[in-house]
Design a protein around this ligand. Sequence first.
Ligand code: NAD
Length: 542
Amino acid sequence: MAKGFYNVPIAVNEPVKSYAPGTPEREEVLAEYKKMYNSQADIPLYIGSEEIRTGKKVAMTSPHDHKHVTGHYYEADAALVTKAIDNALEAREKWANISWQQRAAIFLKAADLLAGPYRARMNAATMLAQSKNVMQAEIDAACEMIDFFRFNAQYMQDIYCEQPESSPGVWNRLDYRPLEGFVYAISPFNFTSIAANLPGAPVMMGNVSIWKPSDHQVYSAQIIVEMFKEAGLPDGVINVVYGDPKMISDVILARKEFAGLHFTGSSDVFKTLWKQIGENIFNYNTYPKIVGETGGKDFIWVHNSSDAKQVATAITRGSFEYQGQKCSASSRAYIPQSMWADVKKYLIQDVKDIKVGSPEDPSNFVNAVIHEGSFDKITSYIDRAKTSNEAEIIAGGGYDKSVGYYIDPTVIVTTNAKYETMVDELFGPVMTIFVYEDDKWEESFKLVDESTQYALTGAIFSTDRYIVEIATKALENAAGNFYINDKPTGAVVGQQPFGGGRASGTNDKAGSPLNLTRWTSPRTMKETFVAAKDFRYPFLGE
Ligand code: NAD
């Protein structure tokens, strides 16, 4: 046990490497990519100390090269999911009781492994399997994941230091116990860092976890598992199962020891899970903690006091980086009539300059969308826009899935502020713009605020401080991450804690103490040094 109040190293954000031509990091990541492309990964389930390969073997392909198989993974059946839960519960006793400094050390070591020897592999896996260009991989799979580990260790310490006041003769304490059971972590395809953080954050706080990664992120999930093992995470603390999500959830949510859900993904899946938890509520030992960060329809609102070039750049970066497959990606914009000609000119030029292709060529800004289902969904919206009398495609609009699921960055202009692509989450490289009359700027806030069910990220552009103030108030509940004169993407751990409200999530702010606190069940302890010996209070005196 600790004999001292140890401080974890102060967290600082991991510097982003440039990957400019001729840099060693560029050579290393491209070599790693090639190696992975030319080999076959064989990815087991991780349950307790076992690596399990079942009869249900699934081939993995890259979104940008979907005929090329990069390896296989194996699906669990219900008996293996049960085994994963049993292993987690078996590991819980020791893990919940180890001193928190040991837990911090494991994650700090993982951060250093990722900053060093695992960096190229984690990035290359994310490029290959999730079709991210090297910079998008670097800011996610390397930097954000490192930041999650380092900042969470510091936040854990801060939380433990948060203690109640004591009065004379009394010592009050808060004991931040882990949850009494296990945490179910379900992760999306689009961020390798989120995948690691969903089981990682509860585990940092002393919980054990069953982790179900997305079928489209298994390749980099495997490297996360290897890294955690090398960092010293004991067997059974995180158990990894792949397979039919509904079956896995049915088995897990039926267990009385289910104590928490840490979910990131689409809103409907989260609502379905919440409903299922509600239906099982009488079966659980504790009320489960439910944390979900979900969909978005993120906006850029522009006032005519702003700069057209800045606005166009924010739209291009905010909407098309990682093919618009960030929950924070801008996909609707409101531009004043007087600025539209300039913004349009710059935007069309930007889109023309964007190269689309495989992440193996780092000059490609846009790569493929994640899978065929997504490709078909997004292109159906593009096709409808092509024939709609309320919409016009002014840039992009092309697509081709013969080799990879490629969709050109596309800009739609609509005359209907509630047109389907202004409202629905497409999760692809499509931006829709509504041009409003300059003097209706204040009325346009209602459109921004009320058009969608979501409230994740949003940006406003204006150089007029009165307008900034009014917009900030008018859009108070329209975004959990609100940007002034910047694109609405690129939140950094420790700087812009991330999460939204309404149908975008429970807003527990990933990578912040708010999130970590959810994975505790504090015990308040009051110790009285000299206990009373007479039940009579003074007021009872005659
Ligand atoms: P998704 O909802 O399709 O899948 C997310 C996870 O849920 C996957 O692991 C999937 O297998 C699992 N899943 C699907 N059906 C399930 C079921 N019935 N029971 C249990 N699990 C089930 O989402 P995706 O396509 O992987 O990711 C994109 C979505 O995630 C978008 O909506 C995006 O906005 C959202 N997202 C949100 C944030 C945020 O912080 N708010 C971050 C990243 C992604």
